[in-house]
Design a protein around this ligand. Structure first.
Ligand code: AMP
Length: 223
């Protein structure tokens, strides 16, 4: 991307935002910023804040808006964000979407291109239960649909894959409820803006083909 571009990925847990965010980041050379990853890193610290974040993540509830807004604002100040970024997992509430508009204006960044990953909810519990991650490079696998060549080891660096502690059936259902209640209203909030739908029920490469096509059109519109 030669201009500054901000891409926001919206969709329920398990819709493939992380996988697609990484592909966009690799192709367009802008960082993928996952607020979930930032919070998981915080939650591994033995501080009071880290432990508070950990118990929220393990329950499937959201971290409060002021806290996550501050975590993101700090990250956006880094040099690698100067030419744009892909946001995965933020905003998740209307208040965060308003905060993002203010933040982008303050940083002289353009308004975001929004990609909405549309998928049937009943596909998600199975997808999330079979999700595994490489703890070192962050690559995401699905043991059923996108398994590694050698079961449970990362193709790229050979590390043993791990399961997220919030990818358990109870917590998955709680996260889906939170999405319905607090995050899906973003679709109305962003109606009439640079919002594009993607059919996320397909394979990662088919989804990415749609993402590229939507981004091509959207970035021209946004220019
Ligand atoms: P994710 O990796 O995007 O599925 O996020 C994992 C968890 O991190 C969520 O279930 C929330 O507890 C927390 N989280 C991530 N992003 C946000 C956000 N923008 N606002 C509040 N909580 C968040």
């Amino acid at each position: 991307m030669t201009e500054k571009h901000v891409v926001v990925l919206i969709g329920p847990p398990g819709c493939g935002k992380g996988t697609q965010g990484r592909l966009i980041s690799q192709e367009f050379g802008v960082p993928e910023l996952s607020t979930g990853d930032m919070l998981r890193e915080e939650s591994s610290r033995p501080t009071e804040f880290g432990q508070r974040v950990r118990s929220l993540l393990d329950s499937g509830a959201l971290v409060d808006d002021a806290t996550i807004d501050a975590v993101l604002a700090r990250r956006l100040g880094a040099r690698d964000c100067a030419h744009g970024f892909v946001l995965d997992g933020y905003p998740r509430t209307i208040a965060q979407a308003r905060a993002l508009d203010r933040l982008l204006e303050r940083c002289a960044m353009p308004r975001p291109v929004l990609l909405y990953f549309e998928i049937a909810v009943d596909a998600l519990v199975g997808r999330l239960s079979a999700r595994r991650l490489c703890p070192v490079c962050g690559r995401i696998y699905n043991l059923v649909h996108q398994p590694p060549a050698e079961m449970e080891f990362c193709d790229d660096d050979g590390m043993m894959l791990v399961q997220r502690t919030d990818d358990t059936p109870d917590v998955i259902l709680a996260r889906l409820r939170v999405y319905e209640e607090l995050t899906s209203p973003l679709l109305n909030f962003y109606a009439g803006r640079n919002l594009h739908r993607v059919d996320a029920g397909r394979s990662p490469s088919e989804v990415y083909a749609q993402v590229r096509e939507r981004l091509g059109a959207a970035l021209v519109v946004a220019a």
